[in-house]
Design a protein. Structure first.
Length: 124
């Protein structure tokens, strides 16, 4: 697992140079950790991997990964619902990244039906 210091606010400058990709079942643990980091100190209950999996199965995940094993941003889009959730690591959060994630989510929603969380390549 990546250390909490692996992402720094200075990383927000390179976020715009990275690629948002489709998320998979393998990203669920990292997304759960991201949600926990983003909500820390706000009194919001922790969302477990099983609960997150149930939500993700109803839509399509997209993630922004800056370091191996951790994601810096994630969103879930579902047919008929649109954006189900968007979470961004507070260490790299910016309005530019928020707009970028929403833009990709909107484009994905408009382009095809959201078919549920995808398995990792080669998994079955």
């Amino acid at each position: 697992m990546t250390s909490p210091r692996a992402l720094h606010q200075s990383d927000s400058n390179r976020v715009t140079d990275t690629r948002i990709r489709s998320g998979s079942h393998d990203d669920i643990p990292a997304i759960a950790r991201l949600i926990h980091r983003a909500n820390a100190g706000h009194g919001i209950p922790h969302i477990g991997e099983q609960e997150l999996e149930a939500v993700a199965e109803q839509g399509q995940l997209i993630v922004l990964q800056l370091v191996p094993g951790e994601v810096a941003a994630a969103a879930c889009i579902a047919t008929g619902r649109g954006l189900v959730f968007l979470v961004i690591d507070p260490r790299v959060a910016s309005s530019q990244l928020e707009h970028r994630m929403i833009g990709v989510a909107d484009a994905l929603y408009d382009s095809e039906p959201c078919r549920g969380v995808r398995s990792a390549p080669g998994a079955r």
